[in-house]
Design a protein around this ligand. Structure first.
Ligand code: F6R
Length: 615
């Protein structure tokens, strides 16, 4: 949602903070700011717009020379993106000359009530944000008291409802940053004679690979040579030091124009990382995370929860699990699941899918399922993220850092993890014999290589993109697994190109939506399931006869007439259950090239953020 970074050490903090903010920009990018201790005192520069705008403004204002500071890149929740709503916010009666500065990620739910009380004490608010309340509250509790800032922050957060990751600095000690967390991620980077705070490790990795994860309710006092972490009671907590396992180059563009293209091209490796270590001698082998045969046999119902693309992966997983295992399985939108009083039995298994491992709705839905007795298994990319740590078991994707806001490689890796789960479950429940398991495992093992083959459709997709980039609406059609893949393809297109797009179950279109099809409308049709070929083809003919132009994505074995289609893409042969892993590749490329053709900001589409840590 928003990105936070802080640095305290011996060197000039400004380039370190800016670099950290650039690497966090995917979390939100409508405004940015920095507060730093310079010779003039606590200086704040902030602006609407991107980090580049902030850098420019700092240059214009003569730079910031400081060894300690905090920075923020924002995705607006309370108050429009504007200079005055940008973080950091100052605490102090007039909100301008404050001695305290705060950056925040999350939502303070009781901010209006606190704001009223602070206004009654003479505080004048300068912004519409919930965060400014926190800055004034800390100022109110701190001013005139001989108390450490850390203790004051501990008291202040005890009065907050909602979610927060906070970075707080005060003129009291210009080398100290106080950090606090509840339901929003925050890590503390441990350097040599310097320490950092950040929303995630991408912002610290250029300085250090060692870090601590702050847990809910904890407050950290971070100085150049020490880090002290306290729990809600103020007791010191010993934290385990973690180590980043990937290289800085994994979070850089490596010669590509956009992260999205780099990540599309990385898919063979990302999916191999998920699959290959878990396929051994024709069997699916999971690392020990409690998914015992007994548990897999007992489950009456599999719940899958996720948001956006993770949900779409879950929809594919649902079909494959039901097909292979003949067990009831449901894929639910996490934000609905958490409020619909779902029926969960103690033996149920709940697969929780999330690239970031921090999505607020997914986390809340997982907690609900866990409290109801389900066994929760996180399918997560970001190591040690909140969902990964709270789930009963974890299947890491190991897809490497994903920076583009639109997910590609993590989605493909999620499909891989779900196929593995489905095969394992089917085998344990006696729905597959050893030979059948082996055949499926061999096919699964080959998927990364076949994704590589699909990437060769690049120039075809680039050409199609130039032809259709000016359309105002594009439809995606499919049945069964192809419908789930169509949902993902449509989301990819709309989020990066801003073209209106809908995915439809092919048989459903004629019940109303077909009225939108007119001469020249682009329909992307997926027909990769032999059992449904004929049905989907007649639906395609329905739109063609109303003037639609069709791009058909179909399986190797489809031998029907395709002369009425404008373009045809074929998948290499594979078990049809796995075809979503291949059919999505050209459609990711199509979305990318259409967005580039329309000069959209591919990696940072408007209004979006990579990690949605608010409800
Ligand atoms: C779309 C996209 C989003 C995410 C969704 C869930 O390209 O990236 O729809 O899939 O916000 O995010 P995670 O997987 O981090 O829980």
């Amino acid at each position: 949602m928003c990105g936070i970074v802080g640095f305290t050490g011996q060197e000039n903090a400004l380039p370190i903070l800016l670099k950290g903010l650039y690497s966090l920009e995917y979390r939100g990018y409508d405004s940015a700011g920095i507060a730093a201790f310079t010779q003039k005192g606590l200086e704040v520069v902030k602006t609407r717009g991107r980090i580049a705008n902030l850098e420019e403004k700092i240059r214009e204002t003569g730079g910031l020379e400081a060894c300690c500071g905090i920075g923020h890149t924002r995705w607006a929740t309370h108050g429009e993106p504007s200079d005055r709503n940008s973080h950091p916010h100052l605490g102090g009666k007039d909100g301008k000359s404050g001695e305290i500065a705060v950056v925040h990620n999350g939502i303070i739910e009781n901010y209006l009530e606190l704001r009223e009380r602070l206004e009654a004490h003479g505080y004048v608010f300068q912004s519409d944000t919930d965060t400014e309340t926190v800055a004034h509250l800390i100022d109110y509790l701190h001013t005139g008291k001989k108390e450490d800032l850390g203790m004051t922050v501990l008291k202040a957060v005890g009065m907050l409802r909602g979610s927060y990751a906070l970075g707080v600095v005060s003129l009291d000690d210009p080398h100290e940053i106080v950090a606090a967390r509840r339901a929003n991620p925050l890590v503390i980077g441990l350097g040599e004679g310097e320490n950092l705070i950040a929303s995630d490790v991408t912002a610290i990795i250029s300085r250090t690979r060692k870090y601590l994860i702050l847990d809910d309710g904890e407050v950290a006092i971070v100085r150049p040579d020490s880090v002290k972490v306290m729990n809600e009671f103020g007791d010191t907590v010993e934290k385990e030091v973690q180590e980043v396992t990937w290289d800085l180059s994994a979070a850089e563009k490596g010669g590509y124009e956009h992260f999205m293209m780099k990540e599309i091209m990385e898919q063979p490796q990302a999916v191999a990382n998920t699959l290959h270590p878990r396929i051994q001698d024709g069997h699916v082998v999971f690392e020990d995370q409690g998914l015992t045969d007994e548990r897999l046999k007992k489950a009456q119902h599999i719940h899958i929860i996720g948001c956006g693309s993770a949900l779409h992966a879950g929809m594919v997983g649902r079909s494959v699990i039901e097909e292979l295992c003949r067990v009831r399985c449901q894929a639910s939108v996490a934000s609905e699941f958490r409020y619909e009083n779902p029926i969960i039995e103690p033996d149920d298994i709940c697969l929780v899918i999330s690239q970031s491992g921090e999505t607020a709705d997914t986390l809340a839905a997982m907690r609900l399922a866990k409290a109801a007795g389900a066994y929760t298994v996180a399918i997560v990319n970001v190591v040690s993220s909140t969902i990964a740590r709270e789930a009963d078991g974890v299947l890491y994707l190991w897809a490497g850092p994903e920076i583009a806001v639109a997910t590609t490689k993590a989605y493909s890796a999620q499909l891989g993890a779900l196929y593995l789960f489905a095969i394992k479950l089917a085998r344990v429940r006696g729905m597959l014999n050893a030979d059948e398991e082996k055949t499926l495992c061999e096919a699964l093992y080959k998927i990364p290589e076949q994704i590589g083959e699909m990437l060769q459709s690049k120039s075809q997709m680039q050409y199609i993109a130039t032809r259709y980039a000016n359309r105002s609406s594009i439809f995606f059609l499919g049945r069964g697994l192809d419908y789930a893949a169509a949902m993902e393809a449509s989301l990819k297109l709309k989020e990066v190109s801003y073209i209106h797009s809908e995915a439809y179950a092919a048989g459903e279109l004629k019940h109303g939506t077909i009225s939108l099809i007119e001469e020249g409308t682009l329909v992307v049709a997926l027909a990769t399931q032999p059992a449904l070929h004929e049905k989907t083809i007649s639906n395609i003919r329905e739109v063609v006869s109303r003037g639609a132009e069709v791009v058909l994505v179909t399986s190797a074995d489809f031998d029907g007439d395709t002369s009425y289609c404008s373009h045809v893409v074929r998948l290499p042969a594979l078990p049809h259950a796995f075809s979503p892993s291949l059919s999505i590749i050209p459609l990711q490329l199509l979305a990318y090239y259409i967005a580039v053709e329309r000069s959209c900001d591919v990696d940072k589409p408007r209004n979006l953020a990579k990690s949605v840590t608010v409800e």
